[in-house]
Design a protein. Structure first.
Lengths: 431, 432
């Protein structure tokens, strides 16, 4: 009698343009590239997948249900570059079978660095979901399913949510199964939904892998695996990136056919059902509490933060970014604040990851830079420029060394004209 | 397996990466138990013979046989000749004149070194015939060895005619090892004679070893050689481990040091280094740029530094050896190799081995193997400057590059290069 709970993460970062230390403007983002990628992913994934899932919901008369978490930064881009995707999401929202989750608007790591910023971004996201889809999210998922006890307490104290979603990592569950509803350690009302990473990754990562013994994965085979859980769990949480459909697993792998047939195969057994996260929370009581003192995530094999904060460049970049929070917000300048927030998108730090060789393939595929070093340099140049804008200073950076003296001219025997030679830094252009 | 190897230079008589590569490769072959007869077109000066044992001096008219105490399976033959790997015809002419002058002095009774005594053969008057004279002597040496070897392995253009000759008279397969081509050294202004020698060598070789895919592409596209004849064997790096404490230098510690180390020639892109330096100095002040090396563009580079108004920020050290190289690496915060066309580039690996992060040009073989290096197009002066500034300004960047780079270098071992050569030899020797 297990219920199947599908939740898809829908996100695209805003990529920076090539920005050198010599650039003196506030055009940080590569609109052309972002637009191109957004339209490409829309055509390969969002549009066909939305159409497919909408058809399925209508065909099954509302017995098929799904949930989405769409980042604010993607909603903005879709609105701008692929508005037709927005209308298909809207159609999905109006079926009553689709739930939208809340997260940080900018897909940020703000929980780790600034609780204020974290709360502001969640509120901004709730507003956006409300505005576009007429729903007020009751379930929270943090960026990359980053989670620990503190996060659960914080989310409970916000008094806006019924449950939180995270990875069903082995080391937090021990012998227990992810197929039950749990309660976070230290929480009284909040529930915890855990990703069944084994079954989720069968679709998300292994689906097209021909060296996998289970290849090819068919809908009836997968439905049988789900059914095997009968008696040992209430809910199977299949959480994955939406881009799995058509972008990570290309259309020619048969992923769309798989998804088209899967719901019927699962519903063949009368005990099985589909539920949205909110329905799961209402249907099942928590069985046990889960204690997560250390931070976990759904990334890589480590299920930790090392993909974003694993090296010195990453932690330096993110510390410098959040160190600016006060100065940025004091400016009251919407453009500056928005630029700063767009720099918080976790992908910027993911690009700086140097863990090449183990899970390097995934990292490299999504990386617009030639190397993690290039990405760090670019990010820091942008951050430096942003710093200059909010302090109004010339260089914004103490490391730019001693104030300039024009020593070259005197060496060549040419005296600088006038007592106060104009500064070489174009202050006016910066502000 | 016994290899008859024809080289240009060998430490300590080196002027560039080729000698380092030949040393690394033969040493590794030695350790793998391969026997190498190494023929060199170089005079051996007395002061360097202390750690090399002379086997049969005077047994050949103009060849020395040496045996290094360090390399037990390697036997050296040196042929006295003023040839230098990176020489031009004009430089060669000067050296001939210099040698003749020394010889005249020697005849007057001023014997300054033992080596001058054996330079008895008449020097030919141009490089072309010198290359062929080297070939003739190499052939004699091959005969002297009773053709008791399996493979002829020739390093770079000057030894190709010798390789072809020895291979022809001995009937042993010829492998040529391309460490650089005329297009790397001279851009589009190739010396037709050298190009012809290179092309002939490549055509006559049974197998060609290129030091990178970058070079392999040049061999295929510029010399019209079929791709299945060309294998890539990357160079390794001779790890230093620890080195003794070095005496301090006159450079202040609060100044950052950006290093260019290599021949100051068109190929190495010194002008891009200087133009980038200028841009860096527009933004940062406490930086010194050190150009270590010599070459035909040295004077032009000194002038250019002055023209750019950064003369006081650029130091020229001349050609460095041994401990001086260690010292300069120890001082450097960053190594930049803006080569226009670099078949491989061992120097950046040495820099990384000395914990100095590197910026390398994408037009280089070494950029194929290094992940943990900053890469630039040699002509993109803005980007070079952008990256120099970033490394100097952000310690975490320097730290990450350094630790990962140093680790990465350890994976480039001469032993693997030698093993790959051995595999190529074996394939050649298989009965068809």
């Amino acid at each position: 009698m297990p219920s199947v709970c599908f939740y898809f993460q829908v996100h695209q970062p805003v990529r920076l343009r090539h920005y050198t230390v010599f650039d003196k403007n506030d055009q940080y983002f590569d609109d052309h590239k972002n637009g191109t990628i957004c339209r490409k992913v829309a055509n390969k994934c969002y549009l066909p997948a939305n159409r497919l899932l909408l058809d399925t919901i209508r065909r099954l008369g509302g017995r098929f249900k799904i949930a989405y978490s769409i980042t604010g930064i993607l909603l903005e881009q879709l609105q701008q570059y692929a508005p037709e995707v927005m209308s298909t999401f809207d159609a999905l929202a109006r079926t009553g079978c689709v739930e939208f989750l809340a997260e940080t608007y900018y897909h940020s790591l703000s929980f780790l660095y600034s609780r204020n910023e974290f709360a502001e971004q969640i509120n901004k996201h709730i507003e956006a979901i409300n505005y576009y889809f007429g729903q007020t999210p009751r379930i929270f998922r943090n960026t990359e399913l980053i989670y620990n006890n503190d996060l659960a307490s914080l989310i409970e104290s916000m008094d806006k949510f019924d449950a939180i979603i995270t990875e069903g990592a082995d080391h937090i569950l021990g012998f227990r199964s992810p197929n039950f509803v749990y309660r976070p350690q230290g929480c009284k009302k909040l529930k915890l939904l855990l990703k069944n990473y084994s079954l989720s990754d069968d679709i998300a990562f292994r689906f097209s892998n021909r060296s996998w013994p289970q290849w090819p994965l068919t809908a009836d085979k997968f439905a049988q695996w789900i059914h095997n859980i009968n008696g040992n769990g209430n809910v199977v949480n299949l959480f994955m990136d939406y881009e799995t459909l058509g972008e990570h697993q290309w259309e020619d792998t048969g992923i769309f056919d798989f998804m088209r047939h899967l719901p019927e195969e699962i519903l063949k057994h009368p005990d099985n059902s589909f539920k949205t996260p909110s329905e799961v929370v209402q249907s099942y009581d928590n069985t046990d509490t889960v204690d997560v003192p250390h931070i976990i995530s759904w990334a890589d094999t480590e299920r930790d933060l090392s993909a974003w904060l694993g090296n010195a460049m990453q932690s330096n970049a993110i510390h410098e970014l959040y160190r600016l929070e006060k100065k940025i917000k004091e400016t009251g300048d919407e453009k500056i604040i928005t630029d700063w927030r767009k720099l918080q998108v976790s992908d910027h730090f993911y690009y700086m990851c140097t863990k090449y060789f183990a899970d390097g393939d995934v990292h490299k595929y999504f990386n617009p830079y030639d190397s993690p070093y290039d990405s760090y340099i670019n990010f820091m140049n942008v951050l430096d420029s942003l710093h200059c804008r909010c302090t109004g200073s010339e260089t914004g950076d103490k490391l730019c060394s001693v104030p300039k003296q024009d020593t070259t001219k005197s060496i060549l025997g040419v005296e600088p004209k006038g007592k106060n030679p104009p500064s070489l830094q174009p202050t006016d252009q910066i502000t | 397996m016994k290899i008859f190897m024809l080289g240009w230079e060998f430490p300590p008589f080196i002027s560039g990466g080729l000698g380092t590569a030949c040393y690394g490769l033969t040493r590794a072959m030695d350790q793998l138990g391969m026997e190498v007869i190494f023929v060199l077109p170089k005079m051996v000066e007395e002061k360097y013979t202390t750690h090399v044992k002379l086997l049969g001096p005077g047994s050949r008219k103009s060849a020395f046989s040496l045996k290094s105490s360090e390399l037990k399976n390697v036997k050296f033959h040196t042929i006295s000749s003023p040839l230098e790997p990176y020489s031009t015809a004009e430089v060669y002419q000067k050296r001939i004149e210099e040698t003749l002058r020394l010889k005249r002095e020697a005849q007057l009774g001023h014997f300054t070194s033992a080596s001058q005594l054996v330079t008895s053969i008449d020097y030919s008057s141009d490089m072309y015939s010198e290359v062929h004279r080297y070939a003739a002597i190499a052939a004699e040496l091959a005969e002297y060895e009773h053709y008791n070897f399996d493979i002829v392995h020739a390093h770079d253009w000057m030894t190709y005619p010798a390789g072809i000759t020895v291979s022809a008279i001995s009937g042993k397969p010829l492998v040529i090892h391309v460490h650089s081509t005329e297009f790397d050294r001279s851009g589009e202004h190739v010396n037709q004679m050298i190009y012809d020698i290179e092309r002939q060598g490549m055509e006559r070789a049974d197998k060609i070893i290129a030091v990178s895919h970058f070079t392999r592409n040049i061999i295929i596209s510029r010399y019209g050689i079929s791709g299945d004849k060309v294998e890539v064997v990357y160079n390794g790096v001779q790890r230093n481990g620890s080195w003794s404490s070095l005496s301090e230098t006159g450079i202040k510690k609060d100044e950052k040091i950006v290093l260019f180390l290599g021949r100051i020639t068109m190929q190495k892109g010194p002008e891009y280094f200087l133009h980038a330096a200028k841009k860096v100095l527009n933004i940062m002040e406490n930086v010194k740029f050190v150009m270590a090396g010599s070459g035909d563009l040295m004077h032009r580079s000194i002038e250019l530094a002055a023209e750019l108004g950064i003369g006081q920020k650029v130091l020229f050290t001349g050609f460095l050896r041994g401990e001086d190289v260690q010292k300069i690496y120890k001082m450097a915060d960053l190594y930049v190799m803006p080569s226009v066309s670099e078949p491989f580039g061992i120097a950046p690996l040495e820099a990384l081995d000395h914990d100095v992060p590197v910026i390398i040009s994408k037009q280089s073989g070494v950029s194929e193997v290094l992940m943990h290096a900053l890469k630039v197009d040699f002509w993109d002066v803005d980007e070079i400057a952008n990256k120099i500034i970033a490394v100097l300004k952000y310690p975490p960047l320097q730290m990450t590059l350094r630790s990962h780079g140093n680790f990465e270098v350890r994976k480039l071992r001469w032993k693997d290069s030698a093993a790959k050569c051995a595999k190529i030899y074996e394939d050649l020797l298989l009965p068809v």
